[in-house]
Write a protein that binds this ligand. Structure first.
Ligand code: ZN
Length: 74
């Protein structure tokens, strides 16, 4: 779970970039913190660098493939 202390440093956004799922290893479309849709594990990634690969962490069969969703942009 991603945590913060001072809410004045964050702002709420309804941008569609938070709705999209991104493939492991693809070029990072927005710098920030990503959350795996399968298990909730988080990873930080920087614009144009590859998102963490499929072997970043192990899933059970029911968790499926790693798919990254942007959780915090910035
Ligand atoms: Zn995962």
């Amino acid at each position: 779970m991603i945590s913060y202390k001072y809410s004045q440093y964050l702002s709420k956004s309804n941008d569609k970039m938070f709705d999209e799922l991104y493939e492991p290893g693809q070029s990072t479309p927005h710098s920030g913190i990503y959350r795996c849709e399968g298990c909730g594990k988080e990873a930080t990634s920087v614009l144009t660098h590859p998102l963490p690969p499929q072997n970043h962490h192990v899933h059970t069969p029911s968790q499926g493939q790693i798919r990254w969703r942007l959780a915090v942009w910035g």
